[in-house]
Design a binder for this molecule. Structure first.
Ligand code: HEC
Length: 141
């Protein structure tokens, strides 16, 4: 896309993307803090239903590939920003899939082109990144 030509534009774009992604990191942290405060100081008033509420196992399930994808990767891949292959668009992925899954995993782990190493997911392990790639490729079928 012509508007993304030139590294100055790309750099500006990346900064803009990081600014958009930052609040998304802050959200879950605030939720976790509020969750903890609420649990320690919670008062159960009869009739509110809290006495029968099940205790959560500590936010399990909130860190699956799908949520990692929407927090870290969708910024670029949902719309195809900076020529990122678009989520769910098989025609944009076919040449990449031909390279093999391992190559794609390594591209995300180490970064490729405009995509930074780890695809901006600071909390993702290598296994998390691989699981997100699997999730993205599964969406093409
Ligand atoms: C800042 C924008 C941006 C973010 C955020 C981003 N990507 Fe990308 N991604 C790109 C671009 C651009 C390319 C194409 C790079 C190229 O081929 O030069 C790409 C390519 C890829 C590819 C194909 C690599 C290859 O070898 O062909 C995969 C897989 C991928 N991204 C997964 C992810 C995952 C998983 C995340 C989140 C953890 C992520 N991306 C986050 C921009 C981004």
């Amino acid at each position: 896309m012509f508007i993304f030509e030139g590294s100055a534009v790309n750099r500006g774009l990346l900064i803009a993307i990081f600014l958009c992604v930052l609040p998304a990191y802050a959200g879950p942290v605030e939720d976790a803090i509020e969750d903890r405060i609420a649990r320690v100081g919670s008062v159960c008033v009869e009739g509110l239903g809290c006495a029968s509420a099940s205790v959560s196992s500590g936010g399990g399930g909130a860190e699956g590939p799908e949520s990692f994808y929407s927090v870290s990767c969708a910024t670029c891949h949902a719309m195809g920003i900076a020529n990122a292959p678009k989520f769910g668009d098989a025609s944009q992925w076919s040449a990449r899939i031909d390279k093999g899954r391992e190559v794609l995993y390594n591209s995300v782990i180490n970064g490729i082109g405009t995509m930074p190493a780890g695809g901006t997911c600071a909390n993702c392990s290598e296994d998390d990144l691989k699981a997100i790639v699997d999730y993205m490729l599964d969406a093409l079928e």
